[in-house]
Design a protein around this ligand. Structure first.
Ligand code: ADP
Ligand code: MG
Length: 353
């Protein structure tokens, strides 16, 4: 301790840097699956299966019918900051994909055993690819598969001792968080069939989530939460400014959810599931004026031009910076005040459709 200033400054070994940074991109089971599901959506899949073994503790497989990966990309597929989605900074201003940093597959390699099976429409057979911890392709063999991609992640967090221990100890909690996350994608992904299955020990595969791939938010809500819940909601459509529209569903004043705060609140920006603590706080606050005993269900999708917000804030892309957050919150408050005014005595339960 005496000679701190004489310590030599030197670069950290590349592999160690990779592992350290990867632990920030892939925080837990749900962020691992989130990245894979988003890759499948970016690949234009209309059917995505998330197959868990032992709630994800043993393995996670994401199987899609998307465009597949071309053989010329196999070698660079899992290399850090290699992506097919952007090539220059201004591309972020018109981003139409979930991914853009080329970090997910490379991070998963650093934290787990990763294999990929893929086939594009131009190949007669699929290829099975194995990657090492640094994201290098180490084995390649032909296999049978339809067009699309399957990514398999085994031994998640085996290279991070503390995280690994926590992961195994809290697997039920991790699994619960994953289901909430998948619900968010099931609600917002229109025209995509999402299935999540789990296999425990020698038991048969059980289906834990299944959507029909409807093109409507309404149908997705009914699939995920059931008709009874849906009838307790009312549609929301608010123009916040010339360019910002909020669409979604909120609890009717007398029909909140008795559950915990935020349990059934889902926020999206241009269809991307994100965290919006300020909006959530606002909805809860105003709902309290109409119903002090319960919490509102809230499903809100903000449609805004790509240039007015930034998703490149946290490694998990769940946080959003709006360039004009104050006025967005102000307009939203006005709209919600109308819906949840305590004076809205004439309110009656109406079934729409
Ligand atoms: P990013 O999504 O930011 O581009 P990833 O590490 O998640 O980075 O993926 C790297 C690249 O691998 C993607 O840009 C894409 O070209 C390809 N890819 C990954 N998953 C799939 C998939 N399921 N289907 C087709 N291509 C995929
Ligand atoms: Mg990605």
């Amino acid at each position: 301790a005496a000679d701190k200033n004489s310590a030599i400054i030197r670069p950290i070994n590349k592999g160690v840097v990779h592992r350290i940074c990867s632990g920030q991109v892939i925080l837990d089971l749900s962020s691992a699956v989130k990245e894979l599901v988003e890759n499948s959506l970016d690949a234009g899949a209309t059917s995505i299966e998330i197959a868990l073994k032992d709630y994800g503790e043993d393995s996670v497989q994401v199987i899609d019918n998307g465009c597949g990966i071309s053989p010329h990309n196999f070698k660079v597929l899992a290399l850090k900051h290699h992506t097919s989605k952007i090539s220059d900074f201004p591309d972020l201003q018109s981003l139409a994909t979930f991914g853009f940093r080329g970090e997910a597959l490379s991070s998963l390699c650093a934290l787990a055993d990763l294999t990929v099976e893929t086939r594009t429409k131009d190949e007669a057979v699929a290829t099975h690819l194995t990657f090492d911890r640094s994201g290098l392709l180490v084995a390649e063999k032909k296999t049978a598969r339809r067009i699309g991609t399957t990514v398999t992640v085994k031994k998640l967090f085996s290279s991070l001792p503390v995280r690994s221990k926590e992961f195994h100890r809290n697997i039920r909690k991790e699994y619960g968080k994953l289901i909430t996350l998948l619900n968010a994608y099931a609600l917002i992904a229109k025209g995509v069939r999402l299935v999540c299955t789990n296999t425990t020990g020698r038991n048969a595969k059980s289906v834990v989530l299944k959507t029909q791939g409807s093109g409507y938010l309404k149908d997705n809500i009914i699939t995920v939460f059931g008709m009874n819940t849906f009838t307790c909601l009312e549609p929301l459509e608010v123009s916040i400014s010339d360019s910002c529209i909020v669409n979604g569903f909120l609890s009717k004043p007398g029909y909140g959810s008795g559950r915990n705060l935020g349990d059934r609140q889902f926020f999206f920006v241009n269809g991307r599931p994100v965290d919006m603590p300020k909006v959530s706080k606002l909805v809860n606050e105003l709902y309290r004026g109409a119903n002090s005993r319960q919490f509102p269900i809230a499903i809100m999708d903000f449609t805004v031009p790509a240039r007015v917000y930034d998703v490149n804030v946290t490694p998990d892309k769940r946080k959003i910076f709006f360039s004009d957050e104050i006025s967005i919150l102000r307009s939203l408050r006005e709209a919600l005040e109308k819906i949840y005014s305590p004076n809205r005595a004439s309110y009656s339960v109406h079934e729409f459709e």
